[in-house]
Design a protein around this ligand. Structure first.
Ligand SMILES: [Zn+2]
Length: 500
């Protein structure tokens, strides 16, 4: 085997960086096929078609279960990597007249194949997974990951090093625990998946990486809470790994990882679930838990500091408490009446809340826990009037406990609501509204619809307000789930992940 490596990385990187896949004969043919609806590789096949790498097997079909021949593989690779002019050289005798001959010659001229011996290419031979790993390793210029012996069933196979490289790059996932089935055939559907992953291999190793271990079974990484984690970025050019502070993502307490790596003496785990899936987090040597403490919000006090994230699109991570506030000019313009959302009318929320709020109201009703809104959007002016009212009733100290000072209320976001039971009393008139059917349904389920109880019981020391089982703020389903999994209050979570 000739191991000359011709790197068409520039092209491969063009695919990655630009996201543009204007290669292949006819991207316009990127229509869906009639026989892929049940294929687990459907998305990959559609990607392949959109990229112009396949036009199917005829009659609007893709034949996902058909086996890939070496000649077909040559054409797939040529279309994907864009090897240009057909060379004048004709290194193989057994492909003469084959419709893929031109592409086979391109592949040979690029050093991707040396044939199957004696001036033969074996064009009709079925591609094995081992052969495919070598084709792709050369085409992608993969350099890292060999020698780790991740699979038990390829020991001594001549493609073992390339199977390991391909696994490291995330292009193959093996065929079972510690198995990669090197002599197994490759279906057209599987090929679509391999090529799709090869278009954006991740991660590619780096010189600074002293150890990388891929775990056949996912490992659990314990994470102490939402935090700012130091992550590692693996550059796509196969040359460097760089350290970067990765802010702004909240992860659950336990995440699973499939790979760990040591870069410059620091161990990282590659997360495969949760909102941070696909990224790497720093872990301690034992892998028992991620390193790093969630930054704590400041002790409760009264202050008037403008909150940092004030764009309307940032509402979910806008920190509001007794310290941080919105300006008086913060007034979202996309407010809708709750009456159109399956709830009582007369209160307003932002449209971003509408669909999930309506779904929640419908499901609460179906569960025998119908809801009633008693407060929605409150303008700065309304807060000012409300606070002044409470000052007039009981003085400033009393007002502080009863009402947020203007600018400090989450209701100004247009994403916070107060609820009670349909037809019930004001929620604060119950001993504990969370003990009612509607209140307990909300405590258990609101997060599923993206709403969080901002001021839960026994957490006043961290959220700085009295227990308010009726007050919910919409942050979106993903963030709500992550915050709930973290066990933190919203104030702690926002501070930990985003700061002020
Ligand atoms: Zn409220």
């Amino acid at each position: 085997m000739v191991l000359r490596r011709v790197l068409h990385l520039a092209l491969a990187l063009g695919l990655i960086a630009g996201g543009s896949l204007a290669v292949g004969p006819d991207p316009a043919r990127a229509a869906s096929f009639t026989d892929i609806a049940d294929s687990k590789f459907r998305a990959d096949i559609e990607w392949l078609a959109a990229a112009g790498i396949t036009s199917g097997c005829g009659d609007g079909r893709f034949c996902p279960d058909g086996l890939v021949t070496r000649a077909q593989m040559a054409s797939f690779l040529v279309r994907m990597f864009g090897y240009s002019a057909i060379p004048s050289s004709d290194p193989f005798d057994d492909d003469d007249g084959n419709k893929h001959e031109g592409n086979i010659n391109r592949l040979a001229a690029s050093g991707i194949t040396a044939g199957c011996g004696d001036r033969r290419f074996c064009p009709n031979g079925i591609v094995t997974r081992g052969q495919m790993s070598t084709f792709l390793t050369r085409a992608l210029g993969l350099r890292f990951g060999a020698g780790n012996d991740w699979f038990a069933d390829d020991d001594g196979n001549k493609h073992e090093a390339n199977l390991d490289r391909l696994f490291f790059a995330g292009v193959t996932r093996g065929c079972g625990t510690a198995a990669v089935c090197p002599n197994g055939s490759v279906t057209r559907g599987q090929m679509a998946a391999f090529l799709h992953r090869a278009a954006a291999p991740s991660p590619i190793g780096a010189p600074g990486m002293s150890e990388l271990v891929t775990h056949p079974a996912p490992i659990t990484v314990q994470i102490p809470g939402p935090a700012r984690y130091r992550g590692v970025v693996f550059n796509a050019d196969a040359s460097t790994a760089t350290l970067a502070n990765r802010f702004g993502t909240i992860v659950p307490r336990a995440a699973t990882a499939d790979r760990t790596a040591v870069v410059s003496g620091v161990r990282y785990a590659h997360l495969i679930d949760g909102p941070m899936a696909g990224s790497w987090v720093k872990v301690d040597g034992s892998l028992a838990r991620a390193v790093g403490r969630a930054p704590r919000p400041p002790a409760c006090r009264y202050d008037d500091i403008l909150t940092g994230r004030r764009a309307y699109e940032q509402h979910a991570i806008t920190l509001l408490d007794t310290i941080y506030m919105l300006p008086s000019t913060y007034a979202p313009t996309d407010l809708v009446d709750t009456g159109g959302l399956g709830l009582n009318s007369g209160y307003k929320v932002r449209t971003v809340v509408a669909a999930d709020l309506a779904a929640m109201a419908r499901d609460a009703r179906a569960a025998g826990a119908p809801l009633q809104v008693v407060s929605g959007y409150r303008s700065y002016a309304t807060q000012q009037a409300t606070f002044n009212y409470w000052v007039s009733v009981g003085g400033y100290e009393e007002a502080l406990r009863a009402s947020a000072r203007p600018g400090h209320s989450e209701h100004q976001l247009g994403t916070a609501l107060d609820f009670t039971s349909l037809g019930g009393a004001a929620p604060w008139n119950y001993a504990d509204w969370a003990a009612t059917p509607a209140g307990s349904w909300m405590a258990a389920n609101a997060w599923r619809y993206g709403l969080l109880m901002t001021y839960p019981r026994n957490k006043s020391a961290v959220h700085c307000y009295d227990y308010e089982p009726w007050h919910y703020r919409y942050v979106g389903r993903e963030l709500a789930a992550a915050v709930r999994a973290s066990g933190m209050t919203l104030r702690e979570a926002i501070w930990a992940a985003y700061g002020p």
